[in-house]
Design a binder for this molecule. Structure first.
Ligand code: GMT
Length: 374
């Protein structure tokens, strides 16, 4: 198949999923054309069957806001016509599904039928999409996609609850390439830990929804009982406040802010525990990545997280904001070697259920059905 993938090129989960999906489809022999405003961070354009088309938005003094959707639709049309793309797969509804609908209409006008597959990722539904300024356009573009997929059962329920959806939504969970987590030989704490310390890790874009302060508060409690260090990976608006809070709680020396790094797998494989206390999370790809590295997870029980992290097995799930419980369960896991070993095993076994080999064919199936017009 020749597939056009539209996504955000940034570190965000939807962009990562889209990039990895495209990369693995290309390795299976499909031709994959990425259409975005920047080269996606994890995309290797030198790989066979991968092509990248940049969307350029022209600046004009009249515009207070640049018409990105227009440029994106036009780029989709050109790329479909020039490269023989058979279907468009857009990740994150806003504004990609809407722009794809426009492209589809323009192409129909030229006698070409190009199906659109839309994957809903989370905040496009749970935070941004349900805002009244976007809701009618999001509803319309969901209903006019040929196939709609969502990354968890919870996100499907949320979509049906908040939008008048006439389309059937197929759940295709996020996936993981387990081979990336096999390099245990390279796995040594390097300079990150003092001798005898346990490593607690968090990875995110440090937006408010991730509840970064809960992590610091919980760590301050854990630190009183377990000799440990908190490694914070990523960057975003809440970082500075979190750094301040670590100082206020007297744990700054043991809270390391690493910023954005491509060494996530290497750091995860040395970790003893992963924290993800998000306010909402449609899936929680970061938790799955930790589990693939055999790291138990303590997460909130929000959104799709309980579909990934099984309470009492692969880690624990706690109510949003319950910092004390998060700390208590962390101490429990970090102080009981036998329990920790069992949870590590369970976490990895659970991650295997989301292995790329199992999930990729579900997308290929969706593409085939879209092409057959079902
Ligand atoms: O919040 C993020 O981490 C970014 C966001 C995105 O759309 O890029 O992530 C969403 O999509 C990920 C991939 O499907 C999911 O794993 C995340 O749970 C989801 N984030 C939220 O729902 C807050």
């Amino acid at each position: 198949m020749t597939i056009g993938i539209v996504c955000y090129p940034t570190f965000g989960g939807s962009g990562v999923v889209a990039t990895e999906l495209g990369t693995y489809l290309a390795r299976k022999g499909h031709k994959v054309h990425f259409i975005t405003y920047n080269q996606p961070v994890r995309l290797d354009i030198l790989e066979e069957n991968i092509y990248y088309h940049e969307v350029n938005v022209h600046d004009y003094p009249l515009f207070q806001y640049q018409p990105y959707e227009l440029a994106l639709s036009s780029k989709m049309v050109d790329t479909v016509l020039n490269e023989g793309i058979e279907l468009l797969h857009v990740h994150y509804a806003i504004p990609h599904a809407y722009a794809a609908y426009m492209a589809k209409q323009i192409l129909a006008d030229k006698g070409l039928h190009i199906p659109v597959v839309t994957t809903l990722h989370g905040t496009d539904i749970t935070l941004v999409g349900r805002n009244p300024s976007y809701k009618p356009a999001v509803t319309f573009s969901i209903n006019h996609s040929d196939i709609v997929t969502s990354v968890s059962e919870d996100l499907k329920r949320e979509t049906v609850k908040f939008f008048v959806v006439r389309k059937d939504i197929e759940v295709i969970p996020n996936f993981i390439d387990l081979s990336l987590y096999e390099g245990e030989k390279n796995c040594s704490p390097a300079g990150l830990l003092h001798p005898g310390q346990k490593m607690i890790t968090h990875v995110s874009n440090f937006r408010k929804v991730k509840r970064i302060m809960d992590i610091v508060e919980a760590f301050a409690l854990v630190r009183q009982e377990v000799n440990s260090r908190l490694i914070m990976i990523g960057d975003g608006p809440e970082r500075e406040r979190a750094e301040e809070l670590a100082k206020e709680r007297g744990v700054a020396e043991d809270v390391v802010f690493l910023g954005k790094t491509n060494e996530v797998e290497r750091i995860l494989c040395m970790s003893d525990l992963f924290l993800l206390p998000s306010e909402t999370e449609s899936f929680g790809l970061a938790a799955l990545e930790a589990m693939a590295a055999k790291v138990p997870v303590i997460s909130s029980n929000a959104g799709g997280l309980p579909e990934v992290n099984i309470n009492g097995k692969t880690g624990y799930t706690v109510n949003v904001g319950d910092v004390k419980k998060m700390a208590k369960m962390s101490v429990k896991l970090l102080s009981d070697e036998k329990l920790h070993a069992e949870f590590k095993k369970n976490a990895f076994a659970r991650a295997q259920e989301f292995s790329m080999d199992r999930i990729l064919p579900l997308y290929e199936g969706a593409y085939e059905r879209a092409l057959e017009g079902i």
